[in-house]
Design a protein around this ligand. Sequence first.
Ligand code: 0L1
Ligand code: MG
Length: 263
Amino acid sequence: MSTLTEAQIVELAEHLEQAELQNQAVVKITDQYPDMDYDDAYDIQDRIRQQKESRGIRTVGLKMGLTSFAKMKQMGVDSPIFGFLPETAHCADGGEISTDGLIHPKVEAEVAFVTRTALRGPNCTAEMAREATDFVVAALEIIDSRYENFRFDLRSVVADNTSVSRYVSGSRIAAITDLDLRSMGVVMEKNGEVAQTGAGAAVLGDPAESVAMLANMLAARDQFIPAGTFVLTGGITAAVPVDKGDVITARYQGLGAITVRFV
Ligand code: 0L1
Ligand code: MG
Protein backbone atom coordinates (compact mmCIF):
# COMPACT_ATOMS: atom_id res chain seq x y z
CA MET A 1 0.00 0.00 0.00
CA SER A 2 1.29 3.45 -0.86
CA THR A 3 0.44 6.79 0.72
CA LEU A 4 2.22 9.19 -1.65
CA THR A 5 0.91 10.42 -4.99
CA GLU A 6 2.82 9.82 -8.22
CA ALA A 7 3.75 13.53 -8.26
CA GLN A 8 5.19 13.30 -4.73
CA ILE A 9 7.21 10.18 -5.67
CA VAL A 10 8.69 12.05 -8.66
CA GLU A 11 9.43 15.15 -6.59
CA LEU A 12 11.15 13.18 -3.81
CA ALA A 13 13.19 11.10 -6.28
CA GLU A 14 14.44 14.27 -7.96
CA HIS A 15 15.18 15.84 -4.57
CA LEU A 16 17.26 12.84 -3.42
CA GLU A 17 19.08 12.38 -6.72
CA GLN A 18 20.00 16.08 -6.80
CA ALA A 19 21.36 15.74 -3.23
CA GLU A 20 23.53 12.87 -4.51
CA LEU A 21 24.71 14.66 -7.66
CA GLN A 22 25.47 17.92 -5.83
CA ASN A 23 26.96 16.28 -2.68
CA GLN A 24 24.48 18.22 -0.62
CA ALA A 25 23.17 16.63 2.57
CA VAL A 26 19.44 17.02 3.20
CA VAL A 27 17.06 16.25 6.07
CA LYS A 28 15.36 12.88 6.08
CA ILE A 29 12.26 12.86 3.91
CA THR A 30 10.01 11.35 6.60
CA ASP A 31 10.23 14.74 8.39
CA GLN A 32 7.99 16.07 5.60
CA TYR A 33 6.07 12.83 4.93
CA PRO A 34 5.81 11.02 8.29
CA ASP A 35 3.13 8.62 6.98
CA MET A 36 5.05 7.36 3.97
CA ASP A 37 5.50 3.57 3.99
CA TYR A 38 8.00 1.04 2.60
CA ASP A 39 6.12 0.77 -0.71
CA ASP A 40 6.49 4.54 -1.12
CA ALA A 41 10.18 4.29 -0.22
CA TYR A 42 10.88 1.57 -2.81
CA ASP A 43 8.76 3.48 -5.37
CA ILE A 44 11.02 6.52 -4.85
CA GLN A 45 14.12 4.31 -5.19
CA ASP A 46 12.70 2.78 -8.42
CA ARG A 47 12.01 6.26 -9.74
CA ILE A 48 15.65 7.33 -9.07
CA ARG A 49 16.73 4.22 -11.02
CA GLN A 50 14.41 5.18 -13.91
CA GLN A 51 15.77 8.74 -13.88
CA LYS A 52 19.33 7.45 -14.20
CA GLU A 53 18.43 4.86 -16.86
CA SER A 54 16.59 7.51 -18.90
CA ARG A 55 19.90 9.43 -19.01
CA GLY A 56 21.70 6.32 -20.33
CA ILE A 57 23.17 5.18 -16.99
CA ARG A 58 22.89 1.38 -16.88
CA THR A 59 22.03 -0.52 -13.72
CA VAL A 60 24.83 -3.06 -13.25
CA GLY A 61 23.93 -4.72 -9.98
CA LEU A 62 21.90 -4.93 -6.82
CA LYS A 63 22.79 -4.75 -3.14
CA MET A 64 21.53 -5.90 0.19
CA GLY A 65 22.05 -3.64 3.21
CA LEU A 66 21.70 -4.01 6.98
CA THR A 67 22.33 -7.75 6.70
CA SER A 68 24.27 -8.05 9.93
CA PHE A 69 22.23 -9.06 12.98
CA ALA A 70 24.26 -6.57 15.07
CA LYS A 71 23.45 -3.66 12.73
CA MET A 72 19.76 -4.62 12.49
CA LYS A 73 19.56 -4.62 16.28
CA GLN A 74 21.40 -1.30 16.47
CA MET A 75 18.89 0.22 13.99
CA GLY A 76 15.90 -1.43 15.71
CA VAL A 77 14.81 -3.28 12.54
CA ASP A 78 14.25 -6.93 11.78
CA SER A 79 14.74 -6.99 8.02
CA PRO A 80 17.50 -6.06 5.60
CA ILE A 81 16.90 -3.60 2.76
CA PHE A 82 17.95 -3.58 -0.90
CA GLY A 83 19.11 -1.09 -3.49
CA PHE A 84 20.56 -0.90 -7.01
CA LEU A 85 24.06 -0.21 -8.37
CA PRO A 86 24.29 2.23 -11.29
CA GLU A 87 27.33 1.86 -13.57
CA THR A 88 28.60 5.26 -12.37
CA ALA A 89 29.17 3.73 -8.90
CA HIS A 90 31.86 1.32 -10.12
CA CYS A 91 35.49 2.05 -9.11
CA ALA A 92 38.56 0.01 -9.99
CA ASP A 93 40.55 -2.12 -7.56
CA GLY A 94 43.88 -0.30 -7.01
CA GLY A 95 42.30 2.97 -8.14
CA GLU A 96 41.47 6.33 -6.63
CA ILE A 97 38.09 7.60 -5.42
CA SER A 98 37.59 11.34 -5.36
CA THR A 99 36.06 12.58 -2.11
CA ASP A 100 34.97 15.76 -3.92
CA GLY A 101 31.95 13.87 -5.20
CA LEU A 102 31.02 12.49 -1.78
CA ILE A 103 29.44 13.82 1.43
CA HIS A 104 30.59 11.60 4.33
CA PRO A 105 31.76 8.24 2.89
CA LYS A 106 32.18 5.01 4.84
CA VAL A 107 33.61 1.71 3.57
CA GLU A 108 32.23 -1.79 4.13
CA ALA A 109 34.01 -5.05 3.21
CA GLU A 110 31.57 -7.37 1.45
CA VAL A 111 31.44 -10.41 -0.80
CA ALA A 112 29.60 -10.20 -4.12
CA PHE A 113 27.82 -12.98 -6.04
CA VAL A 114 27.44 -12.91 -9.82
CA THR A 115 24.43 -14.91 -10.99
CA ARG A 116 24.59 -17.40 -13.88
CA THR A 117 20.82 -17.92 -14.04
CA ALA A 118 17.90 -15.76 -12.98
CA LEU A 119 16.73 -16.12 -9.39
CA ARG A 120 13.08 -15.62 -8.53
CA GLY A 121 11.28 -15.68 -5.22
CA PRO A 122 9.24 -16.29 -3.24
CA ASN A 123 10.53 -19.33 -1.34
CA CYS A 124 14.05 -18.96 -2.66
CA THR A 125 16.64 -20.69 -0.41
CA ALA A 126 20.39 -20.28 0.11
CA GLU A 127 20.89 -23.56 -1.76
CA MET A 128 18.94 -22.20 -4.74
CA ALA A 129 21.04 -19.02 -4.59
CA ARG A 130 24.26 -21.07 -4.62
CA GLU A 131 23.03 -23.08 -7.61
CA ALA A 132 22.22 -19.87 -9.52
CA THR A 133 25.70 -18.43 -8.85
CA ASP A 134 28.35 -18.15 -11.54
CA PHE A 135 31.15 -16.98 -9.21
CA VAL A 136 31.88 -14.95 -6.10
CA VAL A 137 34.31 -12.07 -5.73
CA ALA A 138 35.53 -9.80 -2.93
CA ALA A 139 34.03 -6.31 -2.91
CA LEU A 140 33.99 -2.99 -1.08
CA GLU A 141 30.92 -0.84 -0.78
CA ILE A 142 31.32 2.88 -0.16
CA ILE A 143 28.10 4.10 1.42
CA ASP A 144 27.34 7.82 1.56
CA SER A 145 23.94 8.70 2.93
CA ARG A 146 22.47 11.84 1.44
CA TYR A 147 21.02 12.61 4.89
CA GLU A 148 22.72 15.00 7.30
CA ASN A 149 25.01 13.18 9.74
CA PHE A 150 23.69 9.78 8.56
CA ARG A 151 20.53 10.68 10.54
CA PHE A 152 17.66 8.76 8.99
CA ASP A 153 15.03 6.09 9.50
CA LEU A 154 14.69 2.99 7.39
CA ARG A 155 12.02 4.32 5.02
CA SER A 156 14.14 7.40 4.29
CA VAL A 157 17.26 5.31 3.64
CA VAL A 158 15.40 2.90 1.31
CA ALA A 159 14.20 5.88 -0.73
CA ASP A 160 17.81 7.13 -0.84
CA ASN A 161 18.85 3.88 -2.58
CA THR A 162 20.21 2.52 0.73
CA SER A 163 23.11 5.01 0.72
CA VAL A 164 24.68 3.49 -2.45
CA SER A 165 27.58 5.61 -3.59
CA ARG A 166 30.55 3.62 -4.99
CA TYR A 167 31.64 -0.01 -5.08
CA VAL A 168 34.82 -1.87 -5.95
CA SER A 169 35.01 -5.42 -7.26
CA GLY A 170 38.06 -7.55 -6.47
CA SER A 171 40.37 -8.93 -9.14
CA ARG A 172 40.14 -12.64 -8.22
CA ILE A 173 36.99 -14.67 -8.79
CA ALA A 174 36.21 -18.08 -7.25
CA ALA A 175 33.63 -20.80 -7.64
CA ILE A 176 31.25 -20.76 -4.69
CA THR A 177 31.95 -24.48 -4.16
CA ASP A 178 35.64 -23.69 -3.52
CA LEU A 179 34.99 -21.50 -0.47
CA ASP A 180 33.21 -21.70 2.86
CA LEU A 181 31.89 -18.16 2.85
CA ARG A 182 30.62 -18.43 6.44
CA SER A 183 34.11 -18.88 7.87
CA MET A 184 35.87 -16.64 5.33
CA GLY A 185 37.93 -14.16 7.33
CA VAL A 186 38.26 -10.50 6.31
CA VAL A 187 40.70 -7.91 7.62
CA MET A 188 40.19 -4.26 6.69
CA GLU A 189 43.12 -1.89 7.10
CA LYS A 190 42.94 1.88 7.04
CA ASN A 191 46.28 3.58 6.35
CA GLY A 192 48.13 0.35 7.17
CA GLU A 193 46.45 -0.28 10.53
CA VAL A 194 43.76 -2.89 11.19
CA ALA A 195 40.43 -1.06 11.37
CA GLN A 196 37.94 -3.95 11.22
CA THR A 197 37.89 -7.73 11.15
CA GLY A 198 35.02 -10.08 10.38
CA ALA A 199 33.82 -13.38 8.96
CA GLY A 200 31.30 -14.07 6.20
CA ALA A 201 28.77 -15.43 8.71
CA ALA A 202 28.18 -11.81 9.80
CA VAL A 203 25.95 -11.62 6.70
CA LEU A 204 22.70 -13.33 7.79
CA GLY A 205 24.70 -16.39 8.89
CA ASP A 206 25.79 -17.05 5.27
CA PRO A 207 26.08 -14.54 2.37
CA ALA A 208 24.08 -17.00 0.18
CA GLU A 209 21.12 -16.35 2.53
CA SER A 210 21.37 -12.68 1.60
CA VAL A 211 21.05 -13.45 -2.14
CA ALA A 212 18.05 -15.70 -1.46
CA MET A 213 16.44 -13.03 0.70
CA LEU A 214 17.00 -10.44 -2.04
CA ALA A 215 15.15 -12.66 -4.53
CA ASN A 216 12.30 -13.05 -2.03
CA MET A 217 12.11 -9.32 -1.26
CA LEU A 218 12.13 -8.50 -4.99
CA ALA A 219 9.32 -11.02 -5.58
CA ALA A 220 7.10 -9.00 -3.25
CA ARG A 221 7.47 -6.18 -5.81
CA ASP A 222 7.09 -8.50 -8.85
CA GLN A 223 10.81 -8.25 -9.57
CA PHE A 224 13.64 -10.82 -9.72
CA ILE A 225 17.43 -11.11 -9.95
CA PRO A 226 18.32 -11.44 -13.66
CA ALA A 227 21.10 -13.74 -14.89
CA GLY A 228 24.49 -11.99 -14.88
CA THR A 229 23.68 -9.68 -11.95
CA PHE A 230 26.43 -8.51 -9.58
CA VAL A 231 24.96 -8.69 -6.05
CA LEU A 232 26.61 -7.03 -3.03
CA THR A 233 25.48 -9.19 -0.12
CA GLY A 234 26.06 -6.80 2.81
CA GLY A 235 28.78 -5.68 5.20
CA ILE A 236 31.03 -8.33 6.75
CA THR A 237 32.68 -5.55 8.74
CA ALA A 238 31.22 -2.41 10.27
CA ALA A 239 31.45 0.65 8.01
CA VAL A 240 34.72 2.61 8.37
CA PRO A 241 34.58 6.41 7.82
CA VAL A 242 37.14 7.70 5.29
CA ASP A 243 38.48 11.06 4.23
CA LYS A 244 40.74 12.53 1.57
CA GLY A 245 44.18 10.89 1.81
CA ASP A 246 43.01 7.60 3.38
CA VAL A 247 44.01 4.25 1.88
CA ILE A 248 41.81 1.21 2.50
CA THR A 249 43.05 -2.33 1.96
CA ALA A 250 40.73 -5.26 2.66
CA ARG A 251 42.13 -8.80 2.65
CA TYR A 252 39.75 -11.73 2.08
CA GLN A 253 40.65 -15.32 2.86
CA GLY A 254 40.72 -17.12 -0.50
CA LEU A 255 39.66 -14.07 -2.52
CA GLY A 256 42.74 -11.81 -2.44
CA ALA A 257 42.84 -8.14 -1.47
CA ILE A 258 41.29 -4.87 -2.63
CA THR A 259 42.96 -1.49 -2.24
CA VAL A 260 41.54 1.96 -2.90
CA ARG A 261 42.87 5.44 -2.18
CA PHE A 262 40.59 8.38 -1.38
CA VAL A 263 41.87 11.57 -2.99
O1 0L1 B 1 24.44 -2.05 4.86
C1 0L1 B 1 24.51 -1.08 4.08
O2 0L1 B 1 24.93 -1.19 2.91
C2 0L1 B 1 24.07 0.28 4.58
C3 0L1 B 1 22.66 0.53 4.23
C4 0L1 B 1 22.18 1.90 4.61
C5 0L1 B 1 22.39 2.31 6.03
C6 0L1 B 1 23.56 3.22 6.17
O3 0L1 B 1 23.74 4.15 5.36
O4 0L1 B 1 24.31 3.03 7.14
MG1 MG C 1 26.67 -2.43 2.20
